[in-house]
Write a protein that binds this ligand. Structure first.
Ligand SMILES: *[C@@H]1O[C@H](CO)[C@@H](O)[C@H](O)[C@H]1NC(C)=O
Ligand SMILES: *[C@@H]1O[C@H](CO)[C@@H](O)[C@H](O)[C@H]1NC(C)=O
Ligand SMILES: *[C@@H]1O[C@H](CO)[C@@H](O)[C@H](O)[C@H]1NC(C)=O
Ligand SMILES: *[C@@H]1O[C@H](CO)[C@@H](O)[C@H](O)[C@H]1NC(C)=O
Ligand SMILES: *[C@@H]1O[C@H](CO)[C@@H](O)[C@H](O)[C@H]1NC(C)=O
Ligand SMILES: *[C@@H]1O[C@H](CO)[C@@H](O)[C@H](O)[C@H]1NC(C)=O
Ligand SMILES: *[C@@H]1O[C@H](CO)[C@@H](O)[C@H](O)[C@H]1NC(C)=O
Length: 389
């Protein structure tokens, strides 16, 4: 599961289910009522996180992470065994895990490390079965605590993509409650700092493009330290009829946008500080039908360079090499570039900065990137960290 192709696979498969985007209404206004305490806390302790795809360790080892710009780094990913529900950790995984925490402990700027379980390419049914019985949940929970302690992590994270039914989501709420109780018990018994518990989740609190099944907001509020809302992949190579801003902050008349998703989490009752905004360090590409019609939503006839997906560092190199035209799109708060019929929609330092101001305005907990290793010379990581200060 930590193979080289894993990271790419994840990119392509995360949020594949959003393919049928078709919502047509402005998100409702929501009036933030921040207390003074929240305001003071926000600037002091914003979460600035990034996932490190362990499958990229040969080209981007954990030792290459510049921790200056981060507070939390995730190891991505481990998987549960489909019959015992305990984490699968073979010899190579063990080395990767040990190397990861050792490399980060050796950094001058210290960060917290979290062990993430799941990912976009993982099997949703296995998670559903794990979450469906007390015995399975206990085996899973016990194994995550053992692994986190053995390799020196500060926390654990669940990236179940995605619970398929309301029953799955209710079971997830039970899992969070039992997991948190086990973490509290372990901390009390050992006298160690409690492990953090976080979860990567759909961009919105309900699956608005399907059956409106809802995340267990009350259990999240009570038991989880924060959720990482995956605010990306709204548009992509599964629909080649038009270009799109795959992580748009606003999308004209659609609810499929980062602003809608983040607000939906707050409206569901998850405390603002427990909502963390996802930022993609990659773009989505299309082939334009007519090179002279090149905006967001322009007619397209296929995927563009990179077979539909490009890391931010490759986008920068591609634009430079081809002298591509780069345009900041105000309405969606995104950036795109084009060269001939090749079209790339992505986030750059400008759009990321505006999104961060938006998240700060909502008094959210912070932001995270998918994924470390895709940035260009830490350009966006640095700018994001500076913007949220
Ligand atoms: C593809 O995208 C276009 C433009 O955004 C949209 O009008 C169309 O409904 C989408 N098609 C599908 C199958 O989702
Ligand atoms: C968008 O979300 C709002 C608020 O949840 C809802 O009233 C509206 O029906 C949604 N639009 C669509 C097209 O689903
Ligand atoms: C672990 O780190 C050592 C020393 O930095 C390195 O030689 C080795 O290749 C790493 N192993 C893995 C699996 O990352
Ligand atoms: C996913 O896991 C379930 C249960 O463990 C198994 O039956 C199914 O074959 C798996 N699906 C894939 C695509 O591996
Ligand atoms: C949003 O609406 C404006 C005005 O109707 C239109 O010009 C623009 O193309 C639309 N943008 C998208 C991304 O659909
Ligand atoms: C391009 O992506 C599609 C699906 O997204 C995949 O089926 C195909 O194999 C890919 N082609 C190459 C050359 O990687
Ligand atoms: C790059 O593109 C700009 C217009 O987008 C053009 O003015 C300039 O001459 C181009 N430079 C090269 C080296 O092609």
């Amino acid at each position: 599961m930590a193979g080289q192709t894993m990271a790419l696979l994840l990119l392509i498969s995360i949020f594949y289910s959003l393919a049928s985007a078709s919502n047509i209404h402005e998100p409702p206004a929501l009036s933030p009522s921040p207390s003074l305490t929240t305001t003071l806390m926000t600037s002091k302790s914003a979460i600035k996180a990034g996932y490190w795809p362990s499958g990229m360790s040969s080209t981007f080892p954990a030792s290459a992470i510049d921790t200056t710009y981060f507070t939390h780094i995730y190891f991505a990913f481990l998987l549960p065994d489909p019959t015992t529900y305990r984490l699968i950790i073979n010899q190579d995984d063990g080395k990767l895990l040990g190397n990861f925490t050792a490399a980060l402990r050796g950094k001058k700027k210290q960060v917290k490390t979290l062990l993430s379980i799941g990912g976009g390419g993982s099997n949703s049914t296995t998670f559903a079965q794990m979450a469906s019985s007390a015995a399975n949940r206990a085996a899973f929970i016990d194994s995550t605590i053992a692994a986190a302690r053995m390799y020196g992590f500060d926390g654990v994270d669940l990236d179940w993509e995605f619970p398929q039914t309301q029953q799955d989501l209710d079971n997830l709420g039970t899992l969070f409650a039992e997991w948190r109780a086990a973490l509290d018990t372990e901390a009390a018994a050992t006298g160690r700092r409690r492990l953090l518990l976080t979860s990567a989740v759909y961009f919105a609190a309900k699956f608005i493009l399907a059956d409106n099944r809802a995340y267990p907001a009350a259990s999240i509020a009570d038991n989880v330290d924060w959720v990482n809302a995956m605010c990306f992949d709204y548009r992509g190579s599964w629909n080649t009829s038009a270009t799109g801003a795959h992580a748009a902050l606003f999308y004209n008349n659609s609810n499929v946008s980062t602003s809608f998703g983040l607000r939906s989490w707050v409206e569901a009752g998850v405390p603002r500080r427990k909502v963390v905004m996802g930022l993609p360090l990659y773009g989505r590409t299309w082939q334009l039908k007519d090179p002279s019609i090149s905006g967001v939503g322009a007619p397209a006839v296929g995927v563009g360079p990179g077979n539909g997906t490009m890391f931010f560092n490759d986008v920068v190199d591609y634009n430079m090499k081809n002298n591509a035209t780069v345009v900041y799109d105000g309405p969606t708060v995104s950036t795109y570039s084009y060269y001939g019929t090749a079209w790339i929609g992505y986030d750059d330092a400008t759009s990321v900065t505006r999104k961060i101001y938006y998240a700060q305005g909502l008094k959210l907990g912070g932001y995270f990137f998918w994924a470390l290793g895709f940035d260009k010379d830490w350009m966006i990581s640095e700018q994001a960290s500076r913007a949220w200060s």
